[in-house]
Design a protein around this ligand. Structure first.
Ligand SMILES: Cc1cc2nc3c(=O)[nH]c(=O)nc-3n(C[C@H](O)[C@H](O)[C@H](O)COP(=O)(O)OP(=O)(O)OC[C@H]3O[C@@H](n4cnc5c(N)ncnc54)[C@H](O)[C@@H]3O)c2cc1C
Length: 647
């Protein structure tokens, strides 16, 4: 497996502009001879499909929802970062770059992160032009708020619905191209395999989820923008449909999978309330601008709160432990997610947790309401407060919210080079599906920035460059008549038949839940050698059981959510094992990857830069064969590797 990152020569700040100049261009009349498949119509895929079509390429875009508007991106609440420095508070491209590299615990690629910071301002302009109604100051300028891991205010937002508004913007751009006939949109189609011809990605196999029809689609390049794999944990803040299938099947076709163990546990989610739950709810990080996180200092007081014997509002100021403010005075409640999550877990491990399970801490707006008034707080976060009240029955204006960390985002993903091209030539990966920019921990409000950067500003150049390199004579040469399509289609059909024919007793959801339990316990917030070794064995046993005792009701000829879930869970089980292998291999703690064997005296992550400053990239070698690890060394020329401190 060749891991040439293709980072352009030259100083960091000139790399992207000189690379853009040096890339191949395809002349406008030749662009219409090429076809590009984009799988995914969330922010990354929607933006890429619209931009490529705007350039003149013929695009086929696929999603499994009934409309691109329902992509998981719609759930994003808090905001999107950009280094515009509207607040005049010291922000710059370099500071956003630095914060992101540091926030990722020095496990991301400098050149990609710099480009991301560089184009962040263009994203905001593009979105405003698309009609995204960002919040504004009284004078009309766009407003900003703060997110974790930064001491400047650089987060643009649209109340608590930033993802929805951004997605509507990308969707309008996409709809324009659908209307013009440049994008052919395939809703309710699930990609189930990638087709390679002579080593290059040349198409996909999809199943029509309404009719069950399996079909072949050929193209000159394929873009995967299929989102993250947080649902491997079963419970997460992700939409129910989020899955790893497209990425994992591409992995099985030769795409390297990078850093799968890097997952993000978000500190501010509504605590789990029982074992019948299938979804967790995020309370946006933006709430930490004004909310203060605490637990009682005394475990006995916490126990009384848990039993309903006292009211949190009655706990005196001196008896409260605002643990983030205490431990990280410079960043306080806006410490990054990995650090804040671990601090909450630590407080609960000490018996000071609240919520009926003891797995909860308070997020309290009492002081903010006293300072700014309830109407101001309502204006800022009203919809989030309403959502909280609907779910918990508590009024957060009167009693502090209860929150606990939950799985939220995945920094790992398919390996890509600087051009966002995977190890399969012609297959590009954008948005949360790739591993590119966030290292071992993503900063809040940076996922939307990355998805739109990839979709609007990077892929339209780099896909064109690839097509230009292949030459116009190659355009449309491979058709679905090629035997590689027949082979992939037969594989997909055989797998569907297999799911339906096992005839066991256990549902896909039940297997999913058991999988999630193993991964959360052993590859969640704290990981150990012993636990991970055990998890790998448990997952192998679970896989065997799955393939012998699965029960999928219904048939393949129409809508069948059980069949869809079976396919996704099968991939999650294998992928979960890869995550555990990756976590076991990485004998250090960094960002969201916390190995209990590697921590400082005060419980902070202890990196090992000498041995682990690399991206771990896994190559699939076959069922029941150990995957092979490859390493992309991470070279830091512009940021000095240091122990992260938010104190
Ligand atoms: C509750 C919540 C709040 C968040 N808030 C923020 C925030 O405030 N700021 C921020 O920066 N980030 C936030 N994030 C993270 C951010 O929303 C996501 O990382 C981002 O939206 C992912 O975009 P994407 O385009 O990569 O993928 P998605 O939006 O997940 O889109 C994936 C697309 O791929 C398609 N797809 C997937 N698999 C297949 C397949 N096999 N076949 C066909 N189609 C397929 C889907 O149909 C969909 O169209 C939040 C996340 C959550 C869960």
């Amino acid at each position: 497996m060749n891991l040439d990152s293709k980072i352009p020569e030259g100083p960091l700040s000139k790399k992207w502009s000189s690379h853009k100049f040096n890339m191949k261009l395809v002349n406008p009349s030749n662009r219409r001879k090429y076809k590009v498949i984009v799988v995914g119509s969330g922010l990354a895929g929607g933006a890429a499909a619209a931009s490529l079509a705007e350039q003149g390429y013929n695009v086929s875009c696929f999603c499994y929802q009934d409309s691109p508007r329902r992509a998981h991106s719609i759930a994003a609440q808090g905001g999107i970062n950009a280094s515009k420095n509207y607040q005049n508070d010291g922000d710059s491209v370099h500071r956003l770059f630095y914060d992101t590299v540091k926030g990722g615990d020095y496990r991301s690629r400098e050149a990609n992160v710099y480009r991301l910071s560089e184009v962040s301002s263009d994203i905001i302009d593009q979105c405003v032009a698309n009609g995204v109604p960002f919040a504004r100051e009284y004078g009309g300028l766009l407003a900003n708020r703060s997110f974790g891991g930064a001491q400047v205010s650089r987060t643009f937002y649209a109340r608590g619905q930033t993802g929805q508004q951004l997605l509507l913007g990308a969707y309008s751009a996409l709809s324009k191209q659908i209307g013009l006939g440049k994008v052919k949109m395939f809703n309710r189609h699930e990609m189930l395999d990638l087709v390679k011809v002579d080593g290059h990605a040349k198409g996909i196999i999809v199943r029509n989820m309404a009719t069950g029809e399996v079909s072949r689609h050929a193209s000159d390049a394929v873009v995967l923008a299929t989102g993250g794999y947080g649902n491997v944990f079963f419970l997460s803040t992700n939409a129910q449909g989020c899955n790893v299938t497209a990425a994992y099947r591409a992995h099985k076709r030769g795409a390297g999978m990078a850093n799968p163990c890097y997952t993000q546990i978000h500190p501010t989610c509504i605590p789990v309330h029982g074992d019948k739950q299938s979804k967790l709810t995020l309370m946006s990080e933006s709430l930490r601008n004004d909310g203060r996180i605490w637990t009682p200092k005394d475990a006995e007081v916490a126990a009384m709160i848990r039993k309903g014997e006292t009211d949190p509002n009655l706990v005196a100021e001196d008896d409260r432990d605002y643990f983030l403010e205490r431990k990280y005075p410079s960043f306080g409640n806006l410490a990054p997610r990995d650090i804040s999550s671990r601090a909450a877990k630590e407080a609960c491990d000490e018996g000071r947790g609240v919520a009926s399970t003891g797995l909860g801490v308070f997020l309290d707006f009492r002081d903010a309401i006293k300072r700014d008034g309830q109407s101001t707080i309502k204006e800022r976060y009203g919809n989030l407060f309403d959502m909280y009240q609907c779910i918990t029955g508590d009024n957060p204006y009167q009693t502090p919210m209860m929150i606990f960390p939950a799985v939220h985002y995945t920094m790992g993903g398919l390996w890509v080079d600087y051009n966002l091209q995977s190890t399969i030539p012609g297959m590009f990966v954008g948005g949360e599906a790739n591993f590119s920019d966030h290292g071992a921990n993503r900063l809040g409000a940076s996922a939307l920035m990355q998805g739109l950067s990839d979709g609007y500003f990077v892929l339209p150049y780099t896909v064109g460059n690839y097509l230009g390199e292949q030459g116009v004579a190659a355009a449309g040469k491979v058709t679905t008549e090629h035997p590689a399509f027949a082979e992939a289609e037969a594989n997909v059909k055989a797998r569907i038949d297999k799911f339906l024919s096992i005839g066991g007793t256990e549902s896909p959801r039940s297997f999913h839940k058991r999988l999630g339990h193993i991964i959360w316990e052993q590859c969640g917030m704290a990981r150990s050698k012993e636990g991970l070794e055990g998890a790998i064995k448990d997952l192998q046993a679970l896989r065997k059981e799955f393939w012998t005792n699965l029960r999928v009701v219904g048939d393949a000829d129409g809508i069948n959510p059980e069949l869809e879930r079976a396919g996704r869970v099968a991939d999650f089980i294998e992928f979960g094992e890869l995550m555990c292998r990756d976590a076991l291999m990485r004998e250090e703690s960094c960002g969201g990857h916390f190995r209990v064997e590697h921590q400082t005296e005060d419980g902070e992550a202890l990196r090992d830069d000498e041995n682990f400053a690399f991206a771990g990239v896994w190559e699939y070698k076959g069922d029941d064969v150990d995957p092979q690890l490859h390493k992309e060394s991470l070279i830091y020329e512009n940021v000095k590797l240091a122990t992260r401190s938010y104190k």
